[in-house]
Write a protein of this length. Structure first.
Length: 361
């Protein structure tokens, strides 16, 4: 497949249900100091475009990041050759001395069918995945990133019925905890942006409790301050679960035309017996249903029922809501300057798997 990139203004990106490839996300990242680029993919079977964001790291490095993109996915056997051609075009188009390009691919994993059918609890090791990805390429230069920047395994609830249908599909314990929270007086409300500091305080508690790296408050502020003036821009909603006015849990929900994404969540350290996160997710699902969304993406989960996986707690909690696990291809790198890339990779490999490297905010 012949592939070339035609530059366009980031504000002219086509509407998409992938938040991280949207015009709005480019606005968010611009506020946080990233340089944004947009390209039309000429040669793809259908009209597609792509958001690329660029930021320096360290004294000499420059990273280009394609968040949850490109949206267009070739046949699985063409994943590697397509990314190779795309990468060479990106290097030619971007006026920066790039160290590497990172793709956070939204494409279905080539191992998804086996993982579902054979109940695998994780992907094959990176060496095996790299061999498969690079098959058919000329340079054999695609590397599995040490961390997946957003989500390689997510839990998605199909909003394909009324509230009774959705509740009936949940596990009995999940339904019980939702009703317990309601009986105990937990109420979930759509909160104004002015209450974002309440959410952030709970977010800090959650990060400290679970040991993951925190994003700055300015990142969360940018989510609400970025321009959303077009009808096709996503809706960004702050939900707070309270008990007698006391905030116990919160969520930032992003709704596109087709789906709702649980982008960030937080919970307080106290009154956890009131099961506020259960009420919060149920209200988020109800809100998405009222907006005619077809899916509710609950975010990260372990690939399978593996008690040793760091996300197994999310697996136990989220699978109670009656959805399905989606296995995507994850984050892949195309090194340009091998020495600087290897130094960055070595640094990133020592980070906790909960952290997100250069692309956190």
């Amino acid at each position: 497949m012949h592939l070339t990139l035609t530059p366009k203004r980031p504000r002219e990106l086509y509407p998409t249900d992938i938040l991280f490839q949207s015009r709005y996300w480019g606005e968010v990242k611009s506020r946080l100091g990233w340089r944004t680029y947009a390209f039309e993919l000429d040669g793809a079977p259908a009209a597609r475009d792509m958001l690329v964001i660029v930021k320096p790291f360290g004294p000499n490095g420059v990273a280009a990041y394609v968040p949850q993109g490109p949206e267009f996915a070739p046949p699985q056997e063409e994943y590697g050759p397509f990314l190779e051609r795309l990468s060479e075009s990106v290097v030619e188009q971007i006026d920066a001395d790039l160290t590497f390009i990172r793709y956070d691919l939204p494409w279905e994993s080539p191992y998804a069918a086996e993982m579902h059918a054979q109940h695998w609890v994780d992907f094959p090791e990176s060496r095996i995945r790299e061999m498969r990805m690079n098959f058919g390429t000329e340079r054999w230069n695609l590397r599995k990133a040490p961390v997946d920047v957003t989500v390689a395994n997510s839990f998605v609830v199909d909003l394909d019925g009324d509230e009774a249908h959705l509740l009936g599909r949940m596990k009995a314990k999940t339904r019980y905890n939702i009703r317990l929270a309601e009986r105990k007086g937990v109420r979930v409300e759509v909160a104004p942006k002015e209450q974002l500091p309440l959410f952030y305080r709970m977010y800090v508690q959650t990060a400290e409790r679970n040991g993951f790296a925190m994003s700055d408050y300015r990142y969360f502020s940018a989510l609400f301050d970025a321009d959303r003036s077009l009808p096709t821009d996503p809706e960004v909603v702050l939900l707070l679960a309270r008990h007698q006015g006391d905030p116990l849990a919160g969520a930032i929900l992003v709704l596109s035309e087709q789906g709702a994404l649980f982008l960030h969540g937080a919970s307080a350290n106290h009154r956890r017996e009131l099961m506020a996160p259960y009420a919060l997710h149920w209200q988020a699902m109800r809100y998405a249903l009222s907006r005619d969304c077809r899916t509710y993406d609950m975010g990260a989960i372990s690939p399978g029922d593996d008690p040793d996986h760091s996300f197994h707690g999310m697996y136990r909690f989220k699978t109670g809501f009656g959805g399905r696990i989606v296995h995507n291809t994850g984050s892949w790198d195309y090194p340009v300057r091998q020495d600087l890339y290897q130094a960055f990779r070595n640094w990133e490999m020592v980070l906790s798997r909960h952290e997100q490297g250069f692309a956190a905010d």
